[in-house]
Design a protein around this ligand. Sequence first.
Ligand SMILES: [Zn+2]
Ligand SMILES: [Zn+2]
Length: 252
Amino acid sequence: MAVLIFFIAHWFLSLFSQTFFYHRYASHGAFTMSKSRERFFYIFSYIVQGSSYMSPRAYAIMHRMHHAYTDTEKDPHSPKFQKNVIEMMMRTNKIYMGIYKGTYQPDEKFMKNVPDWPAFDKWALTWTSSVFWSLLYIAFYIFFATAWWMYFLIPIHILMGPVHGTIVNWFAHKYGYTNFKMNNTSKNLLPVDFLMLGESYHNNHHKYPASINFGGVRWHEIDPVYPVIRFLNWLGIVHIKSTSLKKVEVEF
Ligand SMILES: [Zn+2]
Ligand SMILES: [Zn+2]
C-alpha cells in the first residue's frame, strides 16, 4: 500500500511540475508569477522530480524548438525521424544537455523570457544529487515493498521526468485521434486524460500552444490542471495572460 501511494504521489507531483511550471509557464508563458514564486516552483520541481530534475530553461528552449520545427529534421524529438523510443530519448537528452551546457546554439528567438537560476541548476543537476535521490527511492522500497515485482518500479521513479516526456513526445505523435488537421503528427492520445494531467491532448495543444486549457475542444476533454491554474490565479499566486484564455494560434 505504501509503495502504491508513493508511486502515485511521485507520478502526479512530478508530472504537475512538468506541465504547470516547465511546459505552460516556462515554455509557453501562459501565465506569469513573481520571481520569488518562480524560485519556489524551482525548489518544488527539484523535490518532486528528484533524480530526474531538469533545467527549466533548457527544457523551455528545447520545447519551443519542438513547436517551431515539429516533425522536421530540426525537431529535437520526432517519431518521424527517430526509429524507436530509445533513439528519440537519446537525441532529446543530447540536445537538452547541449542547450544546458551551452555547446548547442539554438536560434535566439527561443531564448527570450525563459526562467533561469544557474546557481540552483548547477547544484541540482549534479550526479551526486541524482544518486542521492535514487538511493532514497531504493531505501523506500527496501522498507516498504511487500512483493519482489515492486522493485521493477524503481527505474520509473529514477527516470520519472523523461518517462512523462516520452509518453507525450512519442506516443502522442503516433497514436490517438485528431481534432485539427495540422502539418504535423500530433494526436490526442487519451480521450479522457487524468493520467497525464491534460498533456495527452497534444493535437489541441499544437493548435493552440499558449492556451491555458489543453482540453475543452470536445466535451469529454477535461484538463485537470486548468482549474488549478484558474484557482492559483484567483488566489493571486499566478496571473493568467488574457490571450491564454482564448484559443489563439501563436508561434510557440
Ligand atoms: Zn508535440
Ligand atoms: Zn508545448
